[in-house]
Design a protein around this ligand. Structure first.
Ligand code: FES
Length: 137
């Protein structure tokens, strides 16, 4: 298990901040602090810098939306996927994140990452369409 800390005072409100060498993001809202694996479900890009508006975390890349606190993809589908939550607690004024696995090194370059994704892309079976204004529930 990998543990990472950040003073709560340094955590901005309503913005996803990377922790644990970029493997997790922490989000502080009026309702508390949540942490997730730092990967958007759309194209597996980092959620670092995502903003929260009206209880919804918005990916900075293509604006997929995730309802907090669960991190559920905003979708009309009842089985909408969720971001992977990571254990987080406040300890002595610090936000503490526990990753359940040892962080693995990032794959190579962006080019290698995109090529790997392209190899598994199926044009006839695209991901579920995204409805930016839709809310789950
Ligand atoms: S990578 Fe997050 S919306 Fe595309």
């Amino acid at each position: 298990m990998a543990r990472s800390r950040l003073p709560l005072d340094e955590l901005p409100q309503n913005e996803a901040v990377a922790l644990a060498d970029g493997h997790a993001v922490v989000v502080r809202t009026d309702d508390g602090v949540r942490a997730f694996v730092n990967r958007c479900l759309h194209q597996d890009l980092p959620l670092t810098g995502a903003h929260v508006a009206d209880g919804v975390l918005i990916c900075p890349h293509h604006f997929w939306r995730y309802e907090l606190p669960e991190g559920r993809l905003c979708s009309e589908a009842e089985s909408a996927a969720c971001l992977t939550a990571v254990d987080v607690e406040i300890d002595d004024g610090d936000v503490v994140v526990d990753l359940p696995w040892p962080p693995t090194p990032e794959p190579g370059s962006l080019r290698e990452h995109l090529l790997a994704r392209a190899e598994t892309w199926n044009r006839d079976d695209p991901p579920e369409p995204h409805h930016p204004g839709a809310r789950h529930g």
